[in-house]
Write a protein that binds this ligand. Structure first.
Ligand code: GTP
Ligand code: MG
Length: 363
């Protein structure tokens, strides 16, 4: 039922024009906005979000993901009103290579949390996903129990677009979920490209799931991710794999000590767990709580959120400029000419760059 609801809202009146973007850089014509307003009642959506009306919550988020300029404008109206009601959830990021068990873990953790009386929203960032429909259903089957719970809401990644656009939609979805009273937000991202950095920018606690390798190798671990992680967990520590996982956890703990300063107020713990069997999940959440307590006590919690707001603002500025640059007619003409001249060896990259920027400034 929920899948159908979800798809209906995707395929219904709020059509997206493909790809999630930061939206238009030009003003919306008043008559276009008026027509959009006739179909989308912001007052009604606002009240419905606060009342946690599930179909309308989905609709509000679809509105945020829309690339139509009129929808973008209405979405911002809705967000501005919801913003004072948001900010009260704990936001936890969960990253790790494809197949490490993030969705399985979120299902187990989510069930535990709603059992304790929490309301859990799950969002995802997967800018590489072009098979949106497939992954919606895929994720829902992986979280089969959680997706049936009234205290949980699973929202798959917006359809493929720029990472900036996808991250923006997810961040805005968090505002909506918080206003609707969800007190824990879990953000899943696949550990490829820059999506981890984007998630780190929007969560209070950033966790990293890893696997023990075939030997005693650790798999898929980038130094950058260890630098960001607040908690590290080796998943699939079950059956014959358990011993290997324990050893991997020790190695990883040592690696963490190398990349992290000992002066930090929080020393990221490394644990083993099994998302399938549920072992280690309580311990994991205990660390999330410990981390939260330390951050609050040291005044770092609010600091981090404020830093994120500033980082977010600049990300929007950079992304918007990049979009404008890419879509600028004068830039397109000049850059074609500059690329030709570079191939012919009749200009230098510096001069060519100057010409393109001059075209942009003049256009
Ligand atoms: N043995 C074992 N298998 C697990 C565990 N957690 C997940 N799996 C299995 O690993 C596979 C991948 O799990 P997912 O939860 O889909 O992994 P994911 O990280 O969400 O994958 P992507 O969304 O594709 O990045 C599935 O077949 C799971 O059943 C675990 O703790 N132990
Ligand atoms: Mg997954």
């Amino acid at each position: 039922m929920r899948d159908r609801e979800y798809l209906e809202h995707h395929l219904g009146t709020l059509t997206t024009t493909g790809g999630t973007d930061l939206g238009s850089t030009t003003a919306v014509a008043p008559e276009v906005l008026k027509r959009a307003r006739q179909r989308i009642d912001v007052d009604d959506l606002y009240a419905a979000v606060l009342a946690n009306d599930r179909p309308k919550l989905a609709r509000a988020i679809t509105l945020l993901e829309s690339t139509s300029p009129a929808h973008r404008e209405l979405a911002q109206e809705l967000l501005v009103r919801l913003l004072p009601k948001s900010g009260n959830a704990l936001r936890v990021g969960i990253t790790g290579v494809p197949g490490v068990g993030k969705s399985t873990f979120i299902e187990t953790l989510g069930m535990k949390l709603i059992g304790e009386g929490h309301r859990v929203a799950v969002v995802a960032i997967d800018p590489s996903s072009t098979k949106t429909r497939g992954s919606i259903l895929g994720d829902k089957t992986r979280m089969a129990r959680l997706s049936k719970e009234d205290s949980a809401f699973i929202r798959p990644s917006p359809s493929a677009g720029t990472l900036g656009g996808v991250a923006k939609a997810t961040r805005e979805a968090i505002v909506v979920f918080e206003a609707a009273g969800y007190d824990i937000i879990l953000v899943e991202t696949v550990g490829v490209g820059q999506s981890e950095v984007a998630v780190h920018q929007m969560v209070d606690c950033f966790t990293f799931l890893a696997l023990a390798g075939a030997g005693d190798q650790l798999q898929g671990i980038k130094k950058g991710v260890l630098e960001m992680a607040d908690i590290v967990a080796i998943n699939k520590a079950d059956g014959p794999n358990e011993k290997l996982a324990k050893r991997a956890a020790r190695d990883l703990a040592a690696a963490m000590r190398m990349v992290r300063s000992q002066d930090e107020l929080w020393h990221p713990p490394t644990l083993t767990m099994s998302a399938v069997e549920g072992s280690g999940v309580d311990e994991f959440w205990g660390y999330v709580m410990d981390h939260h307590e330390v951050m609050q006590r040291e005044g770092l919690f609010e600091d981090r959120r404020r830093q994120q707001q500033i980082g977010w603002m600049w990300a929007m500025v950079h992304e918007t400029i990049r979009l404008r640059l890419d879509n600028d007619a004068a830039v397109k003409t000049t850059s074609a000419a500059m690329e030709r001249q570079l191939r012919e060896g009749t200009t230098t990259p510096t001069l060519a760059a100057q010409r393109i920027l001059a075209a942009f400034d003049g256009g």
